[in-house]
Design a protein around this ligand. Sequence first.
Ligand code: UT7
Length: 339
Amino acid sequence: MSSTRSKILSVGTYIPENLWTNDDLKKLMDTSDEWIQQRTGIRQRYWAHESQSTSDLALSASEQAIERAGIEKSKIDLVILATLSPDHEFPGTACFLQAKLGLPGIPALDVRQQCTGFIYGVSIADQFIRTGMYKHVLVVGAEIHSKGLNRTTAGREVSVLFGDGAGAVVMAAVDVRDPAKDSCVISTHLFADGAFAKELWIPAPGSSYPIAARMTHEMIDQGLQWPQMNGKTVFVHAVKRMPEAVLTALEANRLQVSDIDLFVFHQANLRINEMVAKQLGIPAEKVFNTIDRFGNTTAATIPIGLNEAVAAGKLKKGMLVMSAAFGSGFTWASSLIRW
Ligand code: UT7
């Protein structure tokens, strides 16, 4: 007996042109290539042009994904966009993307789960497809961090980590006989713990402040408009939660680490991914990392990783690919996909 499942038809990405090496950052702040590479594994990142917005990056990645899917864009039933760097506070950036795609009328949904946003988006798309409500869903992760970072020495612990970019997938309904063997999204596993929301966040502006204090000069002087991160706490939780999310997916599908062909993890810090792999006994050649080239592109990271893995010949049809992510919220998640 067959069932309706979702399948990733294609991946597309957009990487901005402006390359910033670690040495280039020295023009803006007191840092060093050695510090950044040793602590994070990052060698460079790309930052968008000032004229670009997050929905522009999302549009380019989406157009590539739709073209590679070989479908008319009018087949798309739903647009899901994960980002923590929206074009504007409201409306959602998925609305701007939907308009730029020229798809009036179809629903447009923003996902605000930061580094975990893309997996949350894939999971939402998977549910809509399995129930038969939609047949083709565009899931995008896109970020322009560069315009929202304190790119001075005061903000260096955060600003050296992040890059801009976008990645998109087209997911489609398929008839699957054996979900464990046929090409499809096998399972997704989502988690959050808001008790840690202020470990990595942007405090202001926001509706939590009184009217007169929503955004004040004092707040700007204190830098509350910039991301604030307790790096060590985030690190400690990431190396615990990501392996947990992987094990949850393995147990749900009665699989072992050795059954997985490739791990495409979120890219926040190379040391995090090395520690996750070590704990789970994953050989280094099965972990596909991109952080050295792109830095942390938050919601765009996993689709960019999938795209790069395909281009490098590491991810091929029929393979079992596991993704896991951890980030602000705290949120964390895993997905298991038969490619
Ligand atoms: O996807 C979002 C989730 N985010 C993460 O997963 C990030 C998790 N955390 C991390 O990746 C690491 O904690 C960091 C990379 C952010 C920091 O690495 P660390 O090994 O925890 O660094 P540290 O806190 O031990 O080192 C801090 C020192 C300080 O100097 P002192 O006080 O020891 O003299 C900082 O001022 O390093 C200094 N520092 C820098 N120096 C040069 C901080 N940032 C920089 C910098 N360049 N960019």
